[in-house]
Design a binder for this molecule. Sequence first.
Ligand code: BGC
Length: 459
Amino acid sequence: MTFLWGAATSSHQIEGGNRHNDWWQWEASGNIEGGALSGDATDHWHRFEEDLKLAADLGLNTYRFSIEWSRVEPKEGQWDKSALDWYLALVLECEKRGLQPMVTLLHFTIPQWLAEKGGFTWEHSAEKFAGFTRKVAQHLGAHVPLWCTLNEPNVMVLGQYLAGFMPPAVYNPKLAAVASRNLLLAHIRAYDILHEIKERRGPWASTPLMVGFANNMIDFAPLRRAHPAESILARLFRRFYNSAWPDAVMGRRQHFGVRGLVPFARQVGEGRGRRTCDFIGINYYTRVYVCFGPQQRVVNFARFRSLPVGVCFSREGERVSDLGWVLHPRGMGRMIRYLGRHKVPLIITENGIADHRDQLRPEYLQTHLMEIADMIAKGYDVRGYYHWSLLDNFEWIKGFVPRFGLYEVDYGSFARTPRGSAQQYAQIIARHGGGPPLREKLSSLNDRVPAGLATASAS
Ligand code: BGC
């Protein structure tokens, strides 16, 4: 079986001009650091052919991107065929470039009309998402072998209703519970609709259809080693954050909540005792420390009533990314081991680092792939790796400052330039020849840079 060597992006972060979604409005109200606006983003909307060529130049065999619901259905019930055609063209371009498309249906942004009705707290939201899924499936589903229904529903609920870093940024644990329920229902509906696709076309027509979702996972740890309250809290965070969604889509347990702190969501009957995923996507970046009591450097993660609970992103002296996130490759292995108990294929749907000088990324890439290699060698079923991200992009509340791209984007000219780590990734992929990552093939960091990676010109 060919290992999926890929890179990931999302619509709002790269396309530009997504004026009909909730983020566009939120940005305009000054919620992004430095007053940034997504605006033209990386202008991918006009440069997708060039961008897919850049992806193919790295030797990738897959590309993960998302479909912007607010383009496809800018007003409730009004479908924009030209938007669907654009996504079909994107998928066909993937085929041309030998990139197996992994299509994400929801990557944080929702149409503004839905936001006005309460987003996923609205009782009909799952049905609306099902309608959107159906349209996409009809229009381009025949060409798509890999689907990711929802990107990080755990982060959405946290950001929207508990921690205030996503619109509507209200603190309301009850709404968090309702949104979790409706998102699960939305996922299940989409899972079923996508599996109804009968006709398959293109180079991957006979590849088994796989539908999953992407779970953000953090290796929570107590800030102070062996501190009793922090140790308990770290365990609680792991359960609430890392395992609630995998447990639910595996049909095991629906436990979106924390006893006494965040109310539990009402159960979704359709998901009980039934597995509704063919793979689980792991989006893993870092470790986060849980702190109890007033601490310096602590940010408010989720205001659990008035409990003095917070998180921080590093201990004194640790090496960190431009966002202050600690480098912690061992966490990747731990997350794989943690989900391995579900005995379902795993795909690393995101992993990357904000590093504008590209000083840490080569090591980050190499050491995280080594962890994956070790886990595969131990028998864990990891099918692919998508680096976040193909391009620098609009990093949500942080604006354009954090640079996650294998390709650097000049936001003045929109020129794309490969970073050293892009060349290193290309070398790694070439060395593996479609096989899974192997420690011995990853061991030398100072790989010779392959010639011929083009710098895309401003055009
Ligand atoms: C999200 C991406 C984001 C990345 C880096 C992930 O949680 O899916 O959209 O850019 O983290 O923060």
